[in-house]
Structures are given as structure tokens and as C-alpha cells.
Design a protein around this ligand. Structure first.
Ligand code: CS2
Length: 490
């Protein structure tokens, strides 16, 4: 059965839907960059909320920003299905659940008509703009400054109809102001610490480069709540599409799957109103920081700590790598010795329990997340996920082996060849030419001068530099498994 708004009423009983009449729903949220994560997370919370009385004005209009073939395909797929898609939620050891998510009521591929996309954001009905533009998408340098000189930003500043998220947001807010329409709230849903503050800084920096007065207006009128988001959502390739559709019996051009765990902690700062997300399981708080620190420095950091060595050892899936005793213990020891001791537990959360749960989530075979997905763009991820812990560990001059090992693995991963001699794709769009040259320098320690490590304080500690140099040598001479064996504490 094809998935379209017409077939929605005839879905098999095994397929779940949130009980509301979609025809009554109008868009109140615009989402920039509709990746799988958004469709498995914020769109699901909103789908649940739309079933509650008085919530029908909070549907989502999705905006695709990137002019790449995969995005064109996604736009065609979602538009042909009226924004509907199936989501398979996969608990460990229990049957999966398949639902059709209905909250994405409109989808616009901005490159097809940039002006139309921009205009959509000036609709007074749109009161929240959410976004998932990835860690690297904020154009922040290592000192936390907006990269105003970055060629993408420089080019966007010159355009009448901008193309980057910040350009579009700034221009949409200018048009709203001109038309006497209230501003919208901007909610970053990326894995970035203080994502609200970072989004504010990026939007205001961009706006200031265009028009000081507009920047002042934005700073007075736009709120930028912070939030912590969590749900493991693998990439979906052609084989996954075939598998998901044959399992669900539905012909869906954009199906996806994820774990059953879901969490969203949001700062309650929405002057233009918001959906009753709290009734759908979202936790509202005035202080998101402890939650996001724990999530980034435990879950995301463990992901990187696992993915880089595991890929080198020839693994391709998270659950498979978790069966490797050494990798499992690496994560346990990283969490227990490096990460947890420097974190403050948010109310009601026990860090050891949180750590144990995340290891269990990684072991979930039904999700089988791709290690290459997690390893990709490590250049943007390591400074966010690993740096805070690395800084402390290296400064304290304690047991620095796990951090040195990970960073050495990051360098080895750049070669795109694992220990079994199999090649793998290295997706590092933000690795500069200079950094790439430093990784291949004949002196292994030079890699610590890479821009990605700037400000971490690594080279201030000669013992760390030595350890890192030895690890790189060992990875090359003895391979990842043997090097890892020395990193694990018995
Ligand atoms: C992962 C995240 O890409 C990564 O590095 O750590 O995508 C992770 O799966 C999500 O943040 C889980 O909420």
C-alpha cells in the first residue's frame, strides 16, 4: 500500500497513528533542515501533542536547505506522500512498533524556490522555528566566535535571498519586523552545549553584519531557548528502505527507524507560545545545562570514543562493536574514570545509572546504528563532545590514556583504511587543508597543532604529547586492538 494522505484511513491495524484529524492541522512551527533525527524526535513529540485538544495550530512545515541530490530526492519523496512517513521504533528484546507520523504537514525544498521558502517564514502563524543544522553548522571557532570570514557566510551576506540558516532567519525576521508581525522563537535542537546561546550568537552576529538596528530588534524580540535532545536514529540506505517497507507492508519512499528511547529537555522560554509538549513527555526546566552536559559528555562522547577505534578494528555497527570486550570496557572506563567524576547530576538522574543505560542502548541490535555515521564529521564533534573532558584530564595529568588513544584513532581514521585493510569512506567536510596536512606530517606530534585541537591545552602537557605520539606509533605498528589492550585497566 502506497503511503499518501488518501491511504492514511486504510492502514493495517498494526500500524500506529496519533489520533487526530490531520486536515484540521495548520503549521505553527517551521523546521530548518529536516534530517532523520528531526523526523524521529521533535516531529514525534509534536505528533503526540497534536492529538490533544486545542493543539491543531502546531503542525510543522519542513524546510530543506541544501542543494544536494539526496535532499532533492527526500523532498520529492516527502512531497509525494503529503509529508507522511513511517517510523519503526525498535526496543531491545521486544517487538518493534511502526507508526505513521503525521505532524509534518508541509515540506518545502528551499533551493527550488528560495523566495517562497523565505516568505513561508513570514507567516504570522509560524511562531517557532526549530532547527537541526549539525554541530559544525553554527560556524563557531574554537574560541566561541562566529566565523564571519567563512566563505559560506561571506557569500550569504551578499545575497538578496540568503541560503544559510542564519541568513534565512535574519531575513525572515527583517521582513516580519517590516510587516509589523511578531518575531518567532528560535529553538536549536542540535547537540551543542548551550545551543540556545550559540544560536542567538550566530543569528545576532549574522544580523549585525547586515543591519545593526535589525540585530538590536532581534535581540529584544527573539527568544532562543536551550534544549537537550536524545534519540539514536541511524542513517537509512537503500537496503534499509527495502527492509523497512517489506516489514511494514507499506510503500514508503522515506521510512526510518530508531531506538524506542526518547528524551527532550527544553528551557521554557516561548513568548510567542508553544505546543503543550509537556503533555507528550517533554521535560520543561529553567536550567537545561546539567542535562545537556551529561548527554554530550557521556552519550555523544562515548559514541565517538567507540566509533573511531571500532571502525579501525573493522567493525561497522555499534551493537557489533559493543560485543567486543575491550571496546566495551574502554567505554565503561571512559565513563567511570574520565567523564562522570567531572559532571554534576541533573535533578533525579544518577550518573552511574545513566551510563549503564546508555551502554545498554548501544547494545541494542535492533537499532544497529552505523559506526561510520557516528565517526563522520568528528572534526566538528570532538571539540563539542570530547574537549571538556579532555581539557580536565590533561590538565590534571591523571590517566590520559583513553583520551590520547581516541585522538590518535581520529588521526588514523583519516587514512580511510582499517586494520583488515578494508577501505572506508571518510566524511570530514570541516577538516581544513592545513589540518589534513598536519595529520600526515612525518612528526606524529604535529597533529596536536591542528585547528580542531586549538585551545584544548593538550600541548601544554609534555606527558600527554608523548603518550599521544606513542599511541600513533603503536596504532601504525601494532594495530588498534593491541594498542587498545594497553589502554584498558585490568
Ligand atoms: C551521535 C548522535 O552523531 C553522533 O555523533 O552521537 O547522532 C547521537 O546518536 C544522538 O545525539 C543521540 O541522541
Amino acid at each position: 500500500m502506497k503511503l499518501t494522505p488518501e491511504t492514511l484511513a486504510h492502514l493495517p491495524e498494526t500500524i500506529l497513528t496519533s489520533p487526530y484529524d490531520r486536515q484540521k492541522v495548520t503549521a505553527g512551527i517551521a523546521h530548518l533542515s529536516v534530517g532523520n533525527f528531526h523526523r524521529a524526535h521533535q516531529a514525534v513529540y509534536t505528533d503526540r501533542t497534536l492529538a490533544l485538544p486545542g493543539q491543531e495550530s502546531w503542525g510543522i512545515v519542513g524546510l530543506g536547505l541544501m542543494d544536494v541530490p539526496s535532499e532533492v530526492q527526500k523532498a520529492e519523496a516527502l512531497q509525494s506522500q503529503g509529508g507522511l512517513y513511517t517510523l519503526r521504533e525498535c526496543p531491545s528484546g521486544r517487538p518493534d512498533v511502526v507508526r505513521v507520523v503525521k505532524s509534518l504537514v508541509e515540506y518545502i525544498h528551499a533551493p527550488a524556490d528560495r523566495l517562497a521558502a523565505l516568505k513561508r517564514l513570514t507567516d504570522p502563524a509560524i511562531r517557532i522555528v526549530t532547527m537541526t543544522i549539525t554541530e559544525g553548522g553554527y560556524y563557531m571557532d574554537e574560541a566561541g566566535h562566529f566565523m564571519a570570514d567563512h566563505p559560506t557566510i561571506v557569500a550569504d551576506l551578499k545575497r538578496e535571498v540568503p541560503e544559510t540558516a542564519f541568513g534565512i532567519l535574519t531575513e525572515a525576521l527583517r521582513l516580519r519586523r517590516e510587516a509589523g508581525v511578531n518575531a518567532f522563537t528560535i529553538l536549536s535542537c542540535d547537540n551543542v552545549p548551550s545551543n540556545g546561546e550559540v544560536a542567538r550568537h550566530a543569528v545576532l552576529s549574522f544580523a549585525r553584519l547586515r543591519d545593526d538596528e535589525l540585530a538590536d530588534w532581534i535581540s529584544r524580540n527573539v527568544s532562543f531557548p536551550a534544549c537537550m535532545v536524545d534519540r539514536i536514529t541511524p542513517a537509512v540506505g537503500p537496503a534499509d528502505i527495502a527492509r523497512l517497507n517489506s516489514e511494514s507492508g507499506i510503500e514508503d519512499r522515506a521510512p526510518l527507524f530508531c531506538e524506542d528511547f526518547i528524551q527532550w529537555v527544553v528551557e521554557d522560554n516561548f513568548p510567542e507560545g508553544r505546543p503543550a509538549w509537556e503533555q507528550a513527555g517533554v521535560l520543561f526546566t529553567n536550567n537545561v545545562e546539567p542535562y545537556e552536559q551529561v548527554k554530550l559528555r557521556m552519550l555523544n562522547a562515548s559514541h565517538s570514543m567507540l566509533a573511531l577505534p571500532a571502525v579501525l578494528m573493522g567493525y561497522r555497527f555499534v551493537s557489533e562493536a559493543m560485543e567486543d570486550e575491550s571496546l566495551f570496557r574502554l567505554l565503561q572506563q571512559f565513563l567511570g574514570f574520565d567523564s562522570e567524576p567531572h559532571l554534576t547530576a541533573p535533578p533525579g538522574i544518577s550518573l552511574p545509572e545513566y551510563g549503564a543505560l546508555l551502554l545498554q542502548r548501544f547494545r541494542n541490535k535492533a537499532v544497529s546504528d552505523q559506526l561510520l555515521r557516528i565517526a563522520s564529521d568528528s572534526t566538528s564533534k570532538l571539540p563539542v563532545f570530547i574537549r571538556p573532558t579532555a581539557e580536565i584530564v590533561v590538565k590534571d595529568n591523571g590517566d590520559m590514556r583513553r583520551i590520547a588513544f581516541l585522538l590518535a584513532c581520529y588521526c588514523a581514521y583519516m587514512n580511510g583504511r582499517d586494520d583488515t585493510n578494508a577501505d572506508f569512506p571518510v566524511t570530514e567536510p570541516r577538516l581544513s587543508k592545513e589540518d589534513r596536512a598536519l595529520v600526515t606530517d612525518t612528526d606524529p606530534a604535529r597533529a596536536l597543532d591542528m585547528g580542531v585541537f586549538a585551545g584544548w591545552g593538550l600541548t601544554d602537557n609534555p606527558a600527554f604529547v608523548q603518550l599521544f605520539t606513542d599511541m600513533r606509533q603503536s596504532l601504525q605498528d601494532r594495530g588498534t586492538a593491541a594498542t587498545l589492550a594497553d589502554v584498558i585497566t585490568p
